[in-house]
Design a protein around this ligand. Sequence first.
Ligand SMILES: Nc1ncnc2c1ncn2[C@@H]1O[C@H](COP(=O)(O)OP(=O)(O)OP(=O)(O)O)[C@@H](O)[C@H]1O
Ligand SMILES: [Mg+2]
Length: 325
Amino acid sequence: MRRRPPALLSQVLAVNTLLIVATVFVASVAARLDLKSADGLHQFLVVAAAIFATVLANGIILRRRFKPLERLVETMGRVDLSTPGVRAERQADEPADVERLREAFNGMLDRLEAERAGAAAAVLRAQEEERARIARDLHDEVNQALTAILLRLQASAADAPEDLAAELAETRALAQQAMDELLRLVRELRPTALDDHGLVPALRSQVTEFGRRPGITAELDVDDDLPDLSPDEQLVVYRIAQESLSNVARHADATHVTVSLGRLPGGHVRLRVADDGVGLRSPSPTPGTGLGLAGMRERALLAGGKLDVRTRALDGSGTVVELAL
Ligand SMILES: Nc1ncnc2c1ncn2[C@@H]1O[C@H](COP(=O)(O)OP(=O)(O)OP(=O)(O)O)[C@@H](O)[C@H]1O
Ligand SMILES: [Mg+2]
């Protein structure tokens, strides 16, 4: 491992000490200090004590002058782009150089955050567009083909012998099942209910659909006085609820899930998805394990909201996903 170079403070102190000692040495040579005599020795001790006191005072003063720089470095180390908005604060005793460094650092954070938000927005937009395209293709092409098959089967069954008609009816039921599944997939890919009916009905149909799964019940609680949300914010709420429910189905082993949409003090909207399942295996799932949680965080961030995913009960059971917008 590479050794850390000495701190700037130690380097300045070392140079100062060297200069002081060299100056005193030159001065004592010039003054012809005689160390062999008792007088000379006494003078030498006084000079040595003076050097020691000077270096000490120098150290104390320098440490104070370097303090703002140290605090700034600490703040820089704490900055985390996943919780944006943190900036290095102005310090009372800040020298001009540290002020410039702080301003440059804050400016760099502004640019990084804007770039990150732009990139995340582009990815999410591309994802939504791709979903819409796939949903359209599935709906227009595959659904049409299945409908044609269903109609043909119906026509064939009408003038088929009895035993063949029964088999055709069974095939028709299978085709119908495939079509229902396809339409469900299309609805999941592109929540047209959101465009057509608004957030609450779209959430309601999502939760009702989810509750149809065997072994789990689902309920939706909605406050009456919800503030208005923009179409983008509605999409964020809808997608986060969707991913949370999909996680409940895949990981939670839960018997009940509650989705609630309410108003927080201060006019914020809160979406909460709480299950009674096995809970998160670690207190906060490691970033990068799946795309789901990371995607939810990105969406929340873009809409200026905050996402919190935590275990519900003290015994580690249940999971709560909470979005505040
Ligand atoms: N409701 C939940 N109950 C228990 N564990 C959960 C729940 N939600 C998430 N987790 C845990 O958090 C991890 C990360 O979830 P995330 O949605 O990011 O990834 P994923 O579901 O595994 O994959 P992806 O969503 O990308 O298909 C999961 O693997 C799971 O272990
Ligand atoms: Mg997931």
